[in-house]
Design a protein around this ligand. Structure first.
Ligand SMILES: [Fe+2]
Length: 370
């Protein structure tokens, strides 16, 4: 029988951080107008880090901008011409908030230091003349803090990417069970995102939710027997009753992932109708979550414009006319109007769903910016 060694798992995780840190070559930026000080600092840090230097604040900001992906830590003198150290570190913090910042001062002015801690996100200050060993220790702990935080950010990025790819794969696998629904989930997600963008273009959280709900809306079809799911021809009344259970099953599956919160209600309601004749709960009008009303239009448009075993695909124009006919009964009338006004964009997206999805995906943008 297989047994899991918990200690081994922990060693693995520690090892992950260790390896990540080992691979990092840290670069330190030294900013000081006195060449002798720069030399002293270089000597104290020799052999351990890559060193970049600047003789005053403005030059330091330039070096920082050009080496944003490399610099882990900045040591700046305070008394410098043109720009004082605290001002430089404040501006550096706006450019690179995660980079560790250390201030060198010739005196202990509590007011200056308090201001620096508050405005520059200061890690530590060191008074001059400094002890090289003490400086080396402070820098090493600053670098360790930076590396740990970078490792965590990378791990979060990996997890986010893993989540996105996993839900897309599950949805694609489900679509592939029936030759007629290939690519359905991603197209529904795309049309939903396009419509949601017209309504709440700046609400990233909502758009992200719409994207996940779009991908997972039919996930509950996993529970539908293959002979019903892939039946070539119209379903009998009894079979349709079985098919109608899938939104509740989608809800239950999404509910199991606590991070997805209310999205379970959004997927549950994607077959509700504006006039209250939908299922599973017969919700009416704005009782239906906004995201579900969006997915409902996208889902129906894709179903109509895709070939099914029992009928050929309708052309884009006819599908739009059908959506217009059903506004106020099946669909939220104002959302249907917006969708119809987007007709040309939707038609283009239908021709090239993968490219359009790259453009509209909030999850992909989020991962790229992590
Ligand atoms: Fe569905």
């Amino acid at each position: 029988m297989l047994s899991i060694d918990k200690n081994l798992q922990f060693e693995g995780l520690d090892n992950f951080f260790y390896v990540a840190n080992e691979k990092m070559t840290n670069t330190i930026l030294l900013v000081d107008d006195e060449i002798n000080n720069i030399q002293l600092l270089k000597r104290a840090l020799r052999g351990k880090y890559n060193i970049l230097t600047a003789s005053q604040g403005l030059e330091g900001l330039e070096v920082l901008k050009q080496n944003l992906d490399k610099i882990s830590l900045i040591i700046s003198d305070h008394k410098m011409p043109v720009m004082e150290g605290t001002e430089f570190l404040k501006r550096a913090n706006e450019i690179a908030p995660d980079v560790i910042k250390i201030l060198l001062t010739g005196f202990t002015d509590i007011e200056i230091l308090t201001e620096a801690v508050n405005t520059c996100n200061l890690y530590q200050y060191i008074t001059k003349p400094f002890d090289p060993n003490e400086l080396s220790t402070i820098v090493a702990s600053g670098i360790e803090k930076y590396n740990l935080s970078s490792s965590r950010s990378l791990m979060l990025k990996d997890l986010q990417e893993l989540f996105h790819k996993t839900i897309k794969s599950i949805a694609a696998t489900l679509d592939a069970k029936d030759a007629y629904t290939h690519g359905h989930s991603i197209r529904v997600t795309l049309y939903s995102l396009m419509l949601a963008n017209k309504i709440k273009p700046d609400d990233e959280k909502f758009l992200e939710g719409v994207e996940i709900a779009g991908i997972l809306h039919d996930i509950g079809k996993i529970s539908i027997p293959q002979n019903v799911l892939c039946k070539p021809g119209k379903l009998t009344e009894e079979e349709f009753e079985i098919m109608k259970t899938h939104p509740v099953c989608s809800e239950k599956l999404v509910q199991n992932i606590k991070q997805l919160g209310d999205l379970s209600l959004w997927v549950k309601a994607h077959h509700e109708k504006w006039d209250g004749t939908g299922y599973p709960d017969g919700l009416k009008g704005e009782e239906i979550p906004l995201a579900s009303r969006i997915v409902a239009i996208a889902d129906t448009y894709d179903a109509m414009t895709s070939t099914r075993s029992y009928r050929n695909a309708l052309c884009h124009e006819v599908a739009m006319q059908e959506i217009a006919k059903c506004k106020g009964t099946q669909f939220d009338p104002s959302l249907a109007d917006i969708f119809i006004n987007m007709s040309d964009e939707i038609k283009q997206a239908k021709e090239n769903p993968e490219d359009f999805y790259q453009k509209y995906s909030v999850l992909q943008k989020k991962i790229a910016n992590m």
